[in-house]
Design a protein. Structure first.
Length: 180
C-alpha cells in the first residue's frame, strides 16, 4: 500500500491507498504479435515465458533467452562444432547468433535484435534485478526479429511493387472493358 499525507484544516492526516499489482493472468497474456508465424517450439517457449512473467520476471527473461536458442535451432545454426584439436565444442548463444548473422546477411537486423534479447535473458539468468518492463523490452526485440525472419508477406509486397514499377503503374490486364 502507498502512503500519502493530506492537509485538512491545517492538520496533516495520513491516508493510505490500496495499490494492486497482478501476479498471474490465466490464461497468460499473449506476448508477441508474430505468434502465428512461428514454429511450434518457439511458440511453446514464448508461452512459457508469458505464463510466469508476472510472478518472476527474471525467470521469464531466461525463457526468452531459451526462445532465442530454439530460434537458432530452427534456423539450422548448429550448437556444436569441432575445436582446433578436433574435439567437440559447444557454441555459446552469442556465437550462434554471430554465425546466423554471417550466414544469413538478409537477417542482420534480426540477429542484432536477438542478441539484445539474449543479453536481457542473461541478466535474468544470473541476477535478480529485472522488472517486467525490462523483460517486455526483450520480448519486443524478439518479436520484431521473428517478424523479420518468418513474415513472408513483406517479400510478396515487394514483388508486387516491383511488378507495378516495371509496368509503370499500368494494370497487368483488364478484366472489365474500359469505355475509353
Amino acid at each position: 500500500m502507498g502512503e500519502t499525507s493530506v492537509v485538512e484544516s491545517g492538520k496533516i492526516r495520513d491516508q493510505y491507498e490500496r495499490v494492486y499489482r497482478p501476479t498471474i493472468f490465466l490464461p497468460a497474456l499473449p506476448m508477441i504479435e508474430s505468434h502465428d508465424l512461428c514454429p511450434r517450439e518457439i511458440k511453446r517457449r514464448v508461452d512459457a515465458a508469458a505464463a510466469i512473467l508476472w510472478l518472476d520476471p527474471n525467470a521469464a527473461a531466461n525463457r526468452i533467452r531459451a526462445t532465442a536458442e530454439a530460434l537458432m535451432d530452427d534456423q539450422g545454426i548448429t550448437r556444436k562444432t569441432l575445436d582446433r584439436k578436433g574435439k567437440v565444442a559447444i557454441l555459446t548463444l552469442d556465437r550462434r547468433i554471430s554465425v546466423f548473422k554471417k550466414e544469413r546477411p538478409q537477417h542482420s537486423e534480426a540477429a542484432d535484435l536477438i542478441l539484445a534479447a539474449k543479453w536481457i535473458g542473461n541478466v535474468g539468468s544470473h541476477d535478480d534485478v529485472l522488472r517486467i518492463r525490462d523483460v517486455l523490452d526483450g520480448v519486443e526485440f524478439l518479436d520484431h526479429a521473428l517478424s523479420l525472419i518468418y513474415d513472408q508477406s513483406h517479400d510478396e509486397v515487394r514483388k508486387r511493387a516491383s511488378a507495378v514499377t516495371a509496368r509503370k503503374g499500368r494494370p497487368e490486364s483488364f478484366s472489365v472493358q474500359v469505355p475509353f
